[in-house]
Design a protein around this ligand. Structure first.
Ligand SMILES: Nc1ncnc2c1ncn2[C@@H]1O[C@H](COP(=O)(O)OP(=O)(O)OP(=O)(O)O)[C@@H](O)[C@H]1O
Ligand SMILES: CC(C)(CO)[C@@H](O)C(=O)[O-]
Ligand code: BAL
Length: 290
């Protein structure tokens, strides 16, 4: 595996692969890799000849007071894991290489619909930061495909929309959430949890599962969501949102059959997110707007 920090070097190496007709896949990450990231690499390997992973803790997507400085940085271990997983190129630029004029002078990409509400509501500017850096990475790597995790479901939806809106010729592939044995979605931020908080954390997924079952049975939606929020609070979380949306993250309507439950909640120092697909029964017609 080649590890590159330099943009020109990245471009020249990838140009050669492209000239040979090889398909290129990109897996963008912020490092501190776990089995969730490795599932993205495996997916990329399946779909392309050359797998490029980027590792960049993007300051533009962190709000004031968020964990930019404390975000776990484990470069050597990440490098080993990527190499073992069959990644061909690791691109890890510096902040000044990607933002030579600083963040304030940087042109930004703003997707105005899908990124509203949910994490976009609680983290203002977050998805502009994500869309901007992902656009840059797409321009630098010019991949045929790019893989993103469904754990960050809204991020995946924003990127799909951005690629469509800007006519970027890239297939975006969503990868199923990788979970620990107790159901907790793997996430770098799980490392912030104390032993006791880690024992509580799977309540988030279990709550989504109970809600899914209740909604499938036709329980009234608003009451079920309120009950789920109460369960999270009682377990020690500070819920940020717990919502039911359609698969494109629009509001559900009487016709919605396939929906997503999406949640974010703070537990101690960590803000955890998770989501689960729900199939709504026809009887939800009467309860969708209650
Ligand atoms: N458990 C998981 N299953 C599948 N994909 C995942 C999982 N965790 C992260 N990813 C995906 O890996 C990519 C890089 O994410 P990132 O480096 O931010 O990791 P993370 O563990 O999500 O970190 P954070 O704690 O910051 O959310 C994203 O596309 C993300 O959706
Ligand atoms: C896509 C991404 C690498 C952009 O910085 C980041 O938001 C992430 O790790 O999910
Ligand atoms: N995995 C999403 C990156 C972030 O929370 O900033």
């Amino acid at each position: 595996m080649r590890t590159l920090r330099d943009i020109d070097q990245l471009r020249s190496i990838l140009r050669e692969h492209r000239l040979r007709g090889q398909r290129i896949a990109l897996v963008p990450t912020m490092g501190n890799l776990h089995a969730g990231h490795l599932a993205l690499i495996a997916c990329a390997r399946k779909h392309a000849d050359i797998v490029v992973a980027s590792l960049f803790v993007n300051p533009m997507q962190f709000g004031p007071g968020e964990d930019l400085d404390g975000y776990p940085r484990t470069f050597s271990a990440d490098q080993t894991q990527l190499s073992d997983a069959g990644c061909d190129v690791l691109f890890s630029p510096t902040v000044s290489a990607l933002y030579p004029n600083g963040l304030d002078a940087q042109t930004r990409v703003h997707e105005p619909v899908v990124g509203e509400g949910l994490c976009g509501g609680s983290r203002p500017g977050h998805f502009d930061g994500v869309s901007t850096v992902v656009s840059m990475l797409f321009n630098l790597v010019q991949p045929d495909i790019a893989c993103f995790g469904e754990k960050d479901y809204q991020q995946l939806a924003v990127i799909r929309k951005m690629v469509r809106d800007l006519h970027m010729p890239i297939d975006i592939i969503g990868v199923t959430i990788v979970r620990a044995d107790d159901g907790l979605a793997l996430s770098s931020r799980n490392g912030y949890l104390s032993e006791q908080e880690r024992a509580t954390a799977p309540v988030l997924y279990r709550t989504l599962c109970s809600l899914r079952d209740a909604l499938k049975r036709g329980d009234p939606i608003e009451a079920a969501l309120q009950q789920g929020t109460a369960v999270l609070s009682d377990a020690g979380f500070t819920p940020d949102y717990l919502e039911l949306r359609d698969l494109m993250l629009g509001p559900i309507s009487a016709d919605t059959r396939h929906a997503m439950l999406l949640a974010a909640a703070k537990l101690g120092p960590a803000r955890l997110i998770d989501n689960l697909r729900v199939e709504l029964p026809a009887s939800a017609i009467n309860t969708a707007t209650k």
